[in-house]
Each structure stands twice: as structure tokens, then as C-alpha cells.
Design a protein around this ligand. Sequence first.
Ligand SMILES: Cc1cc2nc3c(=O)[nH]c(=O)nc-3n(C[C@H](O)[C@H](O)[C@H](O)COP(=O)(O)O)c2cc1C
Length: 193
Amino acid sequence: MHILAIYGSPRKGGNSEVLLEHFLAPFENANSALIEKIRLYELNFSPCLECGECERNGSCKLKDDFFFLYSKLLKVDLLVLSTPVFFYSHPAMVQAFFERLQPFWIRKNVFKEKLRKVPLKGVLLCIGATRGEKLFDGIKRSFKYALSALDGELIGNVFVRGVEKKGEILGKKSALKKAEELGLKILREFQRA
Ligand SMILES: Cc1cc2nc3c(=O)[nH]c(=O)nc-3n(C[C@H](O)[C@H](O)[C@H](O)COP(=O)(O)O)c2cc1C
């Protein structure tokens, strides 16, 4: 099992990072998965420039730090994104990540290519400071759309409200447990398959 874990926050050691570590703990304990962790804010890459290159040949002409992710994204079994809510949406680098999936969207929807044999599984972990009912609606919709461009589907999420200061998530024991339980459930499903 190959997991790509994406840290979407610019704050190192922040709340979404702690939540992601709890989700990954069962896989790390079982020692049966290859886990690659990527901090978007440590990469140097641009959002989509809408140059039209991918519409012509299905690939991106930008040779920046995102480039190595193109082949990886088609190989992984599970993509997990952990991110805070910024302005009722996601941080800018998460948006740039989504936009750079456009070549896959073109290959799938315009060139009618089958990108993968088995659909990619996606998990979304997300944290916000406030308690709005629709706090996670925007990011959930965007992530589902991003997964769909990759021939993927959302199989689970954990949303945590009311967490703002760095480390505050540690007081949300039930949310951390939920993330760990979701990880364990997915690990078992993969082991059964
Ligand atoms: C630029 C910025 C925008 C934010 N916008 C929202 C928001 O719209 N709604 C909300 O509930 N929290 C918002 N927050 C709070 C963060 O989601 C919250 O502090 C979260 O715990 C940060 O997670 P992290 O430590 O993983 O970065 C915002 C924080 C920042 C820095």
C-alpha cells in the first residue's frame, strides 16, 4: 500500500499536522505501507497559468517542484490531505495543488484516457477555528473534484471545529481518536483487499 500524505498548512507542527499524524499512526505501527509525506509550503511551485499546453498534449510545461508529483499521483493507492480552513476555503498552496491537476482532468475528460486500474482513494482531514455549519463545504467540494480528476473518490473525512492556536488540537481527544480510527479502518480494508 502506497500513501501520499499532503500537509496543507504553512504552520509547521500545526493542528492539521497533528491530526494527520494520528490518521497515519495505524499505518506506521503496522509497518506495511509506504508513506510519503509532502509539505506543500516547502515546495516551490506555481499555480496553473492556463497556458493551454495540457489541452494540446496532456502534460504540464511547468518544470518546478510539482513536476515529480505527476507520476507519483498515478501510482499511490491513498491520497490524504490535511489542511486548515482559510477564509472558508483552503490555503493558497492547496489551491495551487488542485489547479496543477488540470493535465489529469484533460486526459480523463477530454482525451477520455483511463488513468488508473483501481480508483484512487482519498481522505480529507480539515480544521477550522470557528463553528460554522458550512465551514468545510467548500474544501470538501474542491477536494472531491480534485480526486475525480485523478480517477479517485473520497472515502473518509474528519472535520474539527473550534481549534485555532497551535497545539489546541491536542485538547480534542475525540477528534484525534476519530482520525486514528479512520486510519485503522482503511488499513484493514486494504489488508482484506
Ligand atoms: C489566513 C487565515 C485564515 C483563516 N480563515 C479561517 C476561516 O475562514 N474559518 C475558520 O474557522 N478558521 C480560519 N482560520 C483559522 C485556522 O483554520 C485555524 O487556526 C487552524 O487551527 C489552523 O490549523 P494549522 O495549525 O494546521 O495551520 C484562518 C487562519 C488563517 C491564518
